[in-house]
Design a protein around this ligand. Sequence first.
Ligand code: CAO
Length: 398
Amino acid sequence: MKEIELKIPNLGEAEDTEIIEISVKIGDKLKKNDPLIVLESEKAAMEVPSDFAGVIKDIVVKEGENVKEGAVFAVIEVEEKIEESKKQSAETIPEAPKLTDRAPQKIEKSLKDFSGINAGPAVRKIARELEIDLKNIIGSGRNKMITKDDLKNYIHSSFAIQKMEYADLKSLEDFGDYEIVNQSKIKKAGAKNLTKSWQSIPHVAHFEEADITKIEKQRKDLNKISAVKITPLAYIIKATSLALEEFPLMNSSLVDDGKLMLKKYVNIGIAVDTDQGLVVPVIKDVCTLKIGEIADKILIISAKAREKKLMKEDIEGSTFTISSLGNIGGTGFSPIINPPEVGIIGVSRAKPVPRFLEGHIKEETILPLSLSYDHRVINGVDAGKFMSFIKSILEKGL
Ligand code: CAO
């Protein structure tokens, strides 16, 4: 066995350079060409690979340290036989290509995969191996550079998000007969999306009630002459679209750390229950539609959903979602946000309620509404105002 000092290679024009990453630790077993350290000059970042197979015995530098050509940064123990056969010694470490010669090739490859991303070669290499898109990671290093820790945190959080909770089949088998059935593809995909949304978006639920006595009368009158059946949902969709125009924050998407996309159009996704699971077709440009037209669209998209005839354009581009349990029941529920949206309204069953009014009892039809919102974007006051706006539109009549 022989110990060899590993030295900083020729740095080209760069006088000195910074070690931005140490890719090994003492005791690591390396193969030839495994990455040792990453150097960064003003022009480029360069990974220094090992010219030897062996075990790292010592590391004499720290990340962030500036080094010059020829400085020892680590010691590796190699088998003497192999080392002799290569006719290489500590003094004759093959001259590494100049940083300025070599880096551009490496960077070129990186740019191809991760253009505009500030990350060292080691981070890029791991990301490429694990097929991670570095564009999704916000770097905490200098000039927003993505460090190895950023990558590790991202990997851990994505695994955590994707980890689904399943029952332990073995522990349940003893208690009685059972059968295993397959979930539909839609349900399986929905389960993943719902888990991801629930785990990554801080949800808050806000509840409201609207007196829809007036619009119920109007709706029933309209239904006597309308070619299509108009349900309360058409009014709720219309009122929500007007509220989304008034409160653009609710019609937004969080696109980056601290950056919001405020959309200038209102497309509302409607959760439709089908025998395959829940699907969310979209009614586009709702603000331009009249109640009868919205009712017509609800019938068309829900029929398409149930007959599995939805096309790509029918299910994309929603800016907000409404999930209506309609006459099924319930006094309120908190639906899960449909990313990249920031809010979703849940509609429960309207029912007649006795109300005291100037000493008299009066019957009103009360509609329970709930809003789940992304608390990173919306705060309680925004949510309260938004829902009060919808309530007042529904109570005044459309
Ligand atoms: N309160 C009381 N009655 C209601 C109501 C409400 N909030 N909403 C609808 N109704 C009534 C309708 O007026 C209709 O009455 P009639 O049969 O007497 O005319 C009846 O309930 C059935 O309505 P509908 O369900 O056919 O129509 P819709 O426009 O209300 O809803 C659709 C359409 C596609 C949203 C619905 O069929 C559906 O699939 N809902 C399930 C969505 C779901 O599963 N959400 C939960 C997901 S968890 O996030």
